[in-house]
Structure formats: structure tokens, C-alpha cells
Design a protein around this ligand. Structure first.
Ligand code: IPE
Ligand code: IPE
Ligand code: MG
Length: 263
């Protein structure tokens, strides 16, 4: 039996690790503001936290880690911040390339990637290609990503197929839609963590969230530690996932309650 992992006082069971962890990495700007630094300093520190989390999830045996790095809505931020984020993204991918390849990580990116500047696309594609046969963990960056936009893109693709006669409209169902979502090729997220204290989804993975367990942390993303991750996973492990079914001990359900039998 795999050994449990201890992180200070947090107990993580090694046999019930969420297969797909997705993180809304929020709070970089506030981290910088609290220190009287420009927002970009928070993003730089945030990229160190990304490195930490990739390593920690890989060590825990998480099979898929999806990180919300830049939303479709984030394009509306001041140009200076957007440019800095793109530059940091490029630096991150270049600096992590070797470790991604040697630690068996498959790299992927989802979102409206055509909108990214050439300097970023130029590092994404080669890394995706070079890591395509790795299978220890899939690291997906959601870039220029929006959950509504992803659903709309799938709907558009299916509508075109109906129009050209390669798909019957009556065959469109939840499973077919699911199979076309680029963000869900690694399966639905089991655990979604949002840092930074806000309790909202901000247009992340909407289709796949149906039965995800949610964990909200007050830690600002640059401060999010391996111990915080273990706390999120320990919380996940203490929950009962019911998927609309009934919970508890199934043996208790074989005898109808007295009141029902009597009526
Ligand atoms: C998350 O941190 C990073 C991105 C959205 C790109 P923020 O930049 O949103 O930080 P806050 O929420 O302003 O503190
Ligand atoms: C969500 O954070 C997007 C990312 C973490 C990339 P935001 O800071 O953009 O979300 P809101 O504006 O607080 O909803
Ligand atoms: Mg934010």
C-alpha cells in the first residue's frame, strides 16, 4: 500500500489523489500591491509558484494539472501588463523546457491560442511536440481561455458538421460535446483550487466543472505553498462525491423506510 504523505499537520492519502487538478491562480496583483511593487512583480513571483506546483503535483502522482494562466477577458487589462505577462510566459516555457521533458510531463495549451503573440506561440508548439509521448503527467496551460468561448467554439464546429451533412443534429448530446472540448481531453477536473480569496469561477472550464470539487484558498497565488496544496487535497479526500446518486452505506438502502412500507 502506498505510504501516506505528511505535510506539517496535513495528512494526504497516497491512494486517493485527484487525477485531474485545475487551478485558478489568482492574487498576483494584490501580492505586489501589498509590497508597494508594480503588478508585474507579482506575476513574476507567481511564475515561481507555478514551478513549485508543477513539481509538487508531479511528485504526488496527479495525472493532469490544468493552470488558468490568462483568460480571454484578461486581454482587456492595460497593455503594459498584458505584454509583461506574455514575456513571462515565454520565459517560463523556455526555462522549464528541460525539466518538463526529463520529468515525463506532456505539455499542452488550450484556449484561443491564435490570439497569442508570435513569440509565445513559437515556444508552445515545439514544446507540445517534443513532449507529446510523455505520460507521467499532462500539464495544460489555459491561455487566452474562456469556458463560454470553448463551449461556443464546439457548438460552432458541430453546427458546421450538421450543415455539411457529416453529423445528424439528433446525435448531438452531452457526451459528444464533452468529447470535443479541448480542455477535457485529460478528463473532467476532480479538484479545482482558486487562490486569492475570491469564490468564483471566472469563466474557467465551465463544461468540465459539472461534478468538480471546489476549494477556495485565501492565499495569494505567489504565496501558495506545497503545504497549501496538501491541504486542498486532504479536503478533497475527506469529501464524498455522489454524482447525483445517493450517499452513505448502500446496505441501508435495501430495506425501504418503515413509513413508506406502511402506506
Ligand atoms: C492572476 O492574478 C493572474 C492573472 C489573472 C493573469 P491577478 O493579476 O488577477 O491578481 P489580482 O487578482 O489583481 O490580485
Ligand atoms: C481569473 O482571474 C483568471 C486567471 C487566473 C487567469 P481574474 O483575476 O481575471 O478573475 P476576476 O476578474 O477576479 O473574476
Ligand atoms: Mg485577479
Amino acid at each position: 500500500m502506498p505510504a501516506p504523505l505528511m505535510s506539517m499537520s496535513t495528512f494526504v492519502e497516497a491512494r486517493n489523489i485527484p487525477s485531474h487538478v485545475a487551478i485558478i491562480m489568482d492574487g498576483n496583483g494584490r501580492w505586489a500591491q501589498q509590497r508597494g511593487l508594480p503588478r508585474v512583480a507579482g506575476h513574476r513571483e507567481g511564475s515561481r509558484a507555478v514551478r513549485r506546483m508543477v513539481r509538487a503535483c508531479r511528485r504526488l502522482g496527479v495525472k493532469a494539472l490544468t493552470l488558468y494562466a490568462f483568460s480571454e477577458q484578461n486581454w482587456e487589462r492595460p497593455e503594459i501588463e498584458v505584454d509583461a505577462l506574455m514575456e513571462l510566459l515565454r520565459e517560463f516555457l523556455l526555462s522549464e523546457r528541460d525539466e518538463i521533458l526529463t520529468s515525463g510531463i506532456r505539455f499542452n495549451a488550450v484556449g484561443n491560442l491564435g490570439r497569442l503573440p508570435g513569440i509565445v506561440r513559437a515556444v508552445i508548439e515545439p514544446l507540445k511536440h517534443a513532449s507529446r509521448d510523455n505520460d507521467a503527467m499532462t500539464l495544460t496551460l489555459a491561455l487566452s481561455y474562456g469556458g463560454r468561448e470553448e463551449i461556443a467554439a464546439v457548438a460552432c464546429e458541430l453546427a458546421k458538421q450538421v450543415k455539411d451533412g457529416t453529423l445528424d443534429a439528433d446525435d448531438i448530446n452531452a457526451e459528444l460535446m464533452h468529447s470535443r472540448m479541448p480542455s477535457l481531453t485529460v478528463g473532467d477536473p476532480d479538484l479545482v483550487i482558486r487562490t486569492g480569496g475570491e469564490q468564483r469561477i471566472s469563466n474557467f472550464l465551465l463544461y468540465g466543472l459539472a461534478y468538480a470539487e471546489l476549494f477556495f484558498s485565501n492565499a495569494l497565488w505567489p504565496d501558495f505553498s506545497e503545504h497549501d496544496l496538501h491541504q486542498a487535497i486532504a479536503s478533497y479526500q475527506a469529501r464524498e462525491r455522489r454524482y447525483g446518486l445517493v450517499g452513505g452505506d448502500p446496505r441501508l438502502l435495501t430495506i425501504p423506510p418503515q413509513s413508506v412500507r406502511a402506506s
